[in-house]
Design a protein around this ligand. Structure first.
Ligand code: PCA
Length: 327
């Protein structure tokens, strides 16, 4: 967890500046987000937006559009890069085809707890910030999803039981996991999964209890195996030209609000984990660990995928893993 002193310092800095902000040149920024309005990422985004709006005395008003309503998840990053919007939130591992480093948070069984995810993020933040800068993006804050488990509509005890199942993927790692286990990957945004499961376009996925709850997957699926494979993250980014055009006061306020958002997001993610696991069970799903055979087979895929990621990510990837292991 981040130090509260750091947050307090940043806030004090920002608060001192509020008086300097003027609403005379009020600007409005739209902020597309991909997940349900009730999801904790969207709640954190809305609080961040309110913090900036209040902190700048209304000089910069940020309006959140949750649920992929302004841009679908897969389009958000490009929309920010090209200035169609100035700010937005996106899962970067969904863009690993652009830069393999974007997949650092989806390496199976590398960092499986919130604490480990935080440590891995500390190691990756610098390099990721640079990669994004080169893409005309300024990184503000990142919040983890709860750990990823496997959803099915039948009992599954081994990889052999998974053969031929239509598997909803959301990034390169999820698609590769499907391939390795003999399933058929189909890429679908979270906003579309209830329908995909209802119509049989997909029959399974790896995701958090949170997304299963948000999309009421118990209407179609029956089993959640809490395999704790990884904790992917969402990233809130600003178009770099728009960021550079802001005055120092506004940038300070946004930085202060971003520190608070990241801190609050961690806690909300932790809390939402227990709440949503209970909700899946309450709605009739089997919720529990995977059997030993399945867990071991998945671990072996994890080892393969780790090697593959490191081979593709080269020295830059190795540097992140080394920094993570050194802490
Ligand atoms: N929910 C998102 C990404 C990871 C997660 O837990 C999804 O399923 O698309």
């Amino acid at each position: 967890m981040k130090s509260v002193t750091k947050i307090a310092t940043t806030l004090t800095m920002s608060a001192g500046i509020v008086v300097g902000a003027s609403a005379a040149f009020a600007e409005t920024w739209d902020m597309p987000m991909a997940y349900s309005a009730t999801n904790f990422h969207s709640a954190v985004g809305a609080q961040f937006a309110a913090c900036v709006t209040a902190g700048t005395g209304g000089a910069l008003e940020i309006n959140v559009h949750a649920g992929g309503s302004l841009f679908a998840g897969g389009e958000i990053k490009r929309a920010i890069q090209t200035g169609q919007v100035n700010i937005g939130e996106r899962l970067l591992s969904g863009h690993q085809n652009e830069n393999v480093l974007f997949g650092f948070d989806s390496i199976p069984f590398l960092a499986t707890s919130f604490e480990a995810s935080e440590k891995l993020w500390d190691a990756a933040r610098g390099p990721l910030t640079e990669v994004l800068e080169a893409q005309n993006l300024h990184l503000l804050y990142s919040v983890p999803w709860p750990s990823q488990g496997l959803y099915f509509k039948q009992e599954v005890n081994s990889v052999a039981d998974m053969a031929g199942i239509k598997f909803r993927s959301y990034n390169s790692a999820t698609a590769r996991l499907a391939e390795l286990s003999g399933m058929l990957p189909v890429q679908i945004e979270a906003a579309e999964i209830s329908q995909a499961f209802a119509t049989g376009v997909a029959e399974s996925m790896i995701s958090s209890a949170s997304t299963g709850y948000d999309r009421k997957v118990w209407e179609s699926l029956t089993h959640f195996y809490d395999v704790q494979a990884w904790l992917p993250r969402n990233y809130t980014m600003v178009n770099k030209e728009a960021w550079d055009a802001l005055d120092d006061n506004t940038r300070n306020i946004m930085n202060g609000c971003a520190v608070v958002a990241e801190y609050a997001g961690d806690w909300r993610s932790i809390e939402y984990t227990g709440f949503t696991l209970n909700k899946l069970a309450e709605n009739g799903m089997f919720v529990g660990p995977a059997g030993e055979q399945l867990q071991n087979e998945l671990k072996a895929f994890g080892a393969t995928m780790t090697e593959e990621w490191l081979a593709n990510a080269g020295e830059a990837g190795q540097a992140i893993i080394d920094a993570y292991n050194a802490n």
